[in-house]
Design a protein around this ligand. Sequence first.
Ligand code: FAD
Ligand code: NAD
Length: 469
Amino acid sequence: MADHTYDYDVLIIGSGPGGYVAAIRAAQLGLKVACAESRETLGGTCLNVGCIPSKAMLHGSEKFDEAASGALARYGVKLGKVEFDLAALLADKDDAVKGLTGGIEFLFKKNKVDWLKGHGAFKDAHTVEVAGKAYTAKNVVIATGSSVTPLPGVEVDNAKGIVVDSTGALALPKVPGHLVVIGGGVIGLELGSVWRRLGAKVTVVEFLDQLLPGMDMDVRKEAAKIFKKQGMELRLSTKVTACAVKGKKATLTLEPAAGGANETLDADCVLVSIGRRPNTAGLALENIGLDLNARGQIEADHEFRTKVDGVWAIGDVIPGPMLAHKAEDEGIAVAENIAGLTGIVNHDVIPSVVYTMPEIAGVGLTEDQAKEKGAEVKVGKFPMLANSRAKTNHEPDGFVKVIADAATDRVLGVWCIASVAGTMIAQAAQAMEFGATSEDIAYTCHAHPTHSEAIKEAAMAVTGKPIHI
Ligand code: FAD
Ligand code: NAD
């Protein structure tokens, strides 16, 4: 569809999992594509300071924990004194980031996507200025992602390493004695787990009365029990009202969320992880008359069109869960829509995973959400303790919960805590995408012995007939 009125058919602002995937898909569909990125490397938050480095640190710290805790002795693996070299772990993480961000650069070259290096800002709906040069495009996709939500009174300084955000917490030069995490969400629990395993005492301060908002309540409660058992201190229903840094220590002022007496808490390191907010500053949206909604997001319709003709938006900058795979799927869909095909994302079936040990995963509605929507539900649960593979592997924590519509048996949501819950949840997402009933899952043959059999048994439990409990 090359239109020579413009420099490009599509210009994408931002090269995260939304932007880079959109760029590659659009190029695959024969469009002339450019992608503006202000970071030194491609791949956005996810590859540079998010999903990938955090998973490298989670994996490495699990290995250390396995060796140092003596857990391998039961397999006859006898270790001498186990030592830990943080610099080596950080280097392994940097290596993973370098390999994958470089991989996107390779894919851009292979697909003939031009990387416009610098910050992109709108001059008009079809003109974007990057590093002092104006580029025109028939379609512009805003894929600028998100960044850390600041907490008033708690100033982040990643360079000092005392009060940090997730980026700082992925590069601490030494293991802190006491790490206080503000926010018991995904980042706080993942990065809190990393540093706990490496030797820090970890306290999580959470405003709400339970961890992991948005997840099923049974899962949230069980997760809290597991993290406590692992040694994390949880301060639920508590807010941080101030933070004073003196020398190499921080002193936080805590207050009950509902108000009440103050107390102080000393920390060697404070991680601020209270959420993320969309990146829209500096885009000069006023030049195209595009407003933000009350949450600072850009609104897009189901085809990812904004209200400005020719301008599209995807990923963390639009409403919905701030997840890399959601951004990626939107990237594919927007490219297909721009190319005149039909790109669709089913926002009702977006899995989410917390990569702690055990992992915590879910897809679809929570039991409360299903009831709020007026559905009468039937629930089946199956404990990992009764799953032969989990039991054999000494991974007894967690359960699978299948929520089905009582009238139609259609699966409305699946939630699990299990060592490999992140892998298990894919089958639940696929089943839901195909409109499965709990009976469909229950009568699907699952390989034995696998953790996934727990999904089958939980589905069987919806109608009261699991075999192994
Ligand atoms: P981003 O990845 O944020 O990319 C946007 C890019 O646009 C950035 O590189 C930015 O520099 C660039 N940009 C912004 N404005 C401009 C401009 N004006 N001009 C040029 N460039 C611009 N999600 C998961 O699904 N799984 C995980 O395990 C996971 N782990 C995470 C761990 C951490 C510590 C963090 C912080 C996030 C994690 N996430 C995870 C969330 C995930 O990173 C985001 O949902 C995802 O990166 C969003 O993709 P995006 O393309 O919308 O934006
Ligand atoms: P989050 O929304 O997951 O959790 C923030 C937590 O902070 C919530 O529990 C909230 O109640 C609490 N909070 C808010 N204000 C507070 C305050 N003043 N004091 C104490 N607690 C407070 O946010 P996050 O952990 O910062 O992660 C940001 C985003 O990044 C999430 O939306 C998540 O989807 C994404 N992410 C995903 C993954 C993954 O998929 N595995 C990993 C990391 C990040």
